[in-house]
Ligand binder design. Sequence first.
Ligand code: CMC
Length: 431
Amino acid sequence: MAANTLTIRDNRTGKEVEFPIESGTEGPPVVAVEKFYKEFGLFTLDPGFRSTASCKSKITFIDGEAGVLLYRGYPIEQLAESSSFAEVCYLLLYGELPNQDQYNDFVHKVTHHTMLHEQILNFYKGYRRDAHPMAIMVGVVGALSAFYHDSLDVHNPRHREISAFRLISKIPTIAAASYKYSVGQPFVYPDNGKGYVENFLYMLFSVPCAKYTISPVLVRAMRQIMILHADHEQNASTSTVRLAGSSQANPFAAASAGIGALWGPAHGGANEEVLSMLHEIGSVERVGEYIKRAKDPKDPFRLMGFGHRVYKNYDPRARILKKAAHDVLVELGRGNDPMFKLAMELERIAQEDEYFVTKKLYPNVDFYSGIIQSAIGIPTNMFTVIFAVARMVGWVAQWKEMIEYGEGIGRPRQLYVGAARRDYLFMNERK
Ligand code: CMC
């Protein structure tokens, strides 16, 4: 028996088969089960992919037990401290940090793709005024394939490159326009003299009638939020992008599918829910009541911003954002912000509570990101949109990797538990 294998025995027949164990650079090895069905006539069942690696990837690594997150091997803490968002985009897309020339060239390309085709702005006007910006995002990003169909051949590396730039460059413009439309303000065109994050904030907050300025502390916090959300290996939305893209659908359609998957409160929608929850709790005195509800198996209430499918330790992104939230509130002269105090008290009590300790439920990235965004003046319904803006580069990098590896169409199997074969009954034969 080879050492690096796992032998599986079918106790019904006595048949034994060795399956290869493959090791990555970091993290637990995997057992390669592609031939499982051929050997045993069995599928493996793993709803929610709790033990299943869906692909090989070189982009992002998470050690959930240790609370570690690496982009292309670089710790998230170092990138959040020292890198620009554009540099992180380059790293995720190409695998290495850029040298100065590569960086300048990349920034130039990203900057010069930020404008939208003017007719896309008409597209916005078809939405109801009170549409949720995520609803607009799903539609507008999908619609890019109707405007940029000169680069939709997914097998052509040049087309993939152009589409990648278009998605990464235009997503802040699209997101800002969805906000401007929802509040009835004029669209703001991008300013090529500004960096990626600064330009995004400018398109969100500036109005033609007033001079626009923003504190560097707020820009830095927003840059950190964007870097921390840029990729997170095979999460629900990224897996959706890879699966949609595996059918060779164009990248705009695949990205739009990812935005849809991100929207839910168990994923990117949680930051919105965290803020609603903090408002609902309202004061430190009521924390106990909500902790009690979160622990009650009969109550569907969960502490939003707590727990994670992969992190069974403090989410490293939450640690960085806790400090950023503090810095932003001090900068805004709100060092004693009651919402921040409430969040910290909730965290403290939850981390001492046996239920949360034994289930390893720690604050996740969404716990503090909402506090920062709300302090900056971003409305709650834009939080998930901002997650989508930041995650776009991760989706694009993962989509490109999937196409470049030639993975073929993703097609999960199932355990069918529905009705067995039966014959059609005419209406008068049915009970
Ligand atoms: N509050 C109370 N109990 C919880 C919570 C919570 N936030 N999260 C998990 N649990 C309990 C859960 O009820 C279960 O208990 P039991 O073992 O008695 O059935 C146990 O902990 C394990 O939970 P799980 O549902 O198996 O964990 P999961 O990996 O399926 O879910 C999660 C992960 C993020 C969906 C979940 O923790 C959750 O709903 N958290 C709140 C929503 C949230 O903050 N989501 C943002 C995720 S981070 C952003 C991102 O990366 O997309």
